[in-house]
Design a protein around this ligand. Sequence first.
Ligand code: NAP
Length: 454
Amino acid sequence: MKKAIIIFGSTGNLMFKKLIPALDKLIHKGLVDDDFRIYAISRRDNTIDDYIEIAKEHVKDHIDWERFKSHLEYLIFDVKDTNDYKILKKNLIKDGYEDVSVYLAVPPKLFPIIAKGVSESKLIEKKDRNKRIVFEKPFGEDLESAKDINRELWKCFDENQIYRIDHYLGKEMIQNILVVRFANIIFEQSWNRNAIRSVTILSKESEGVLSRGDYYDKIGALKDMLQSHLLQMAALILMDKPKDFSSESIKDAKVKILKNLNFNKDKLILGQYKGYKDADNVEKDSDTETFVYAEVCVDQDEWKGVPIHFVTGKKLDEKRSEIIINFHEKNDLGEYFPKLKPQEDKLIIKVSPTEGVEFQFSVKEPGLSNNIKQASLDYCHNCKAMENTPEAYERLLIELLNDQRTLFTRWDEIETTWKLIEDLKVHKQTPNIYDGYEDILDILESKGVKINDL
Ligand SMILES: NC(=O)c1ccc[n+]([C@@H]2O[C@H](COP(=O)([O-])OP(=O)(O)OC[C@H]3O[C@@H](n4cnc5c(N)ncnc54)[C@H](OP(=O)(O)O)[C@@H]3O)[C@@H](O)[C@H]2O)c1
């Protein structure tokens, strides 16, 4: 069946930064057929050659533009005009494209308008499993708006035609969580409170808000990072073994654990970096948080008493995203192998920029002493890859084109994570102003939070 992808928002940042490079790689790797077609939809009055020239200015990656153009069709389109959708549909039928993915890389306020146009023109009809529609993050700005959007979407499409993106799920090491957990008996057997003392889910950025002030100031770190990426990571780390590894079973397991998370309201700490209010399109008296520390406990037997720490923020000391599993301290070796200082094993899943898994554990120090020291097994995932490891969007696009839903979020995942954030928002305070990373550590310490993993 001939496949096509229709991209609304083809003149946007996401298209130039992520989608064109990812599509070009899929073409280069032969993962799409020669007749695969990309419809770039835009309201701008360009020819296809104008569009390629504009794209060349914005896309930083190396692209084989001739080859890319052979798959491309540029369409000038008014998203409010039903007739334009009908013309597009006729085009698809005439050229024999029956397997169609519609991708909305546009501001969320356009989601309902485009969804309605796509549905009313029968570009996508309910029950047609060869047609699907993709929505970018953020899916709503809070629980109510997410519900409103979803209600409109369900009028037009079946749930299994709707793909909601959280691009973290396309990252290599996020997919690796399931493999590390369930393909290694050493971890599978010890993945509970008997062995695990705490978990830290960390996503630090060194940059500030850059040019995204307009979007970010209305959203903040709680919604931009915690509601989506960090809670998705937590779900994959904490969920029970799915009954099988089908997309639906994995989602069932994620929703079950998400429903059992309770934020410790007294442990919420917010920060805003010094200078944030001077960024473009940020309110001068903004109290939007650019840093969040939060802690949840899990209301499920195997995780009772294990704190899960979330740390995310901008303008910190480095860009680093990791999941750190801290095991209980252990030494039953008595006086023969006295410890110099308490040691605990650690498993670190490195998400970015380094991708890999590190296991820190105790060994005897070399030589005649009987001291114990820490050793480390450090697997670098991106160093081992023959080519660069695929970008998240490359993975997400190929899964989408092959109608694989595991890496996309189901409505009840979104709904549950929004509920958790709504709950926390009640306890939102004015953020602490921080000037650099040391400040953050001081603020955390002054509030009684001391985490070695930071
Ligand atoms: N950029 C990222 O890295 C990133 C990451 C995660 C999620 N997202 C999400 O992806 C979506 C797109 O982001 P972006 O950064 O690409 O945004 P953007 O650079 O502002 O581009 C938005 C696109 O939507 C089009 N558009 C805007 N208003 C329109 C209207 N009234 N009618 C028709 N087209 C309209 C724009 O067309 P014109 O060029 O004609 O204005 C442009 O092609 C957003 O939902 C965003 O939250 C982006």
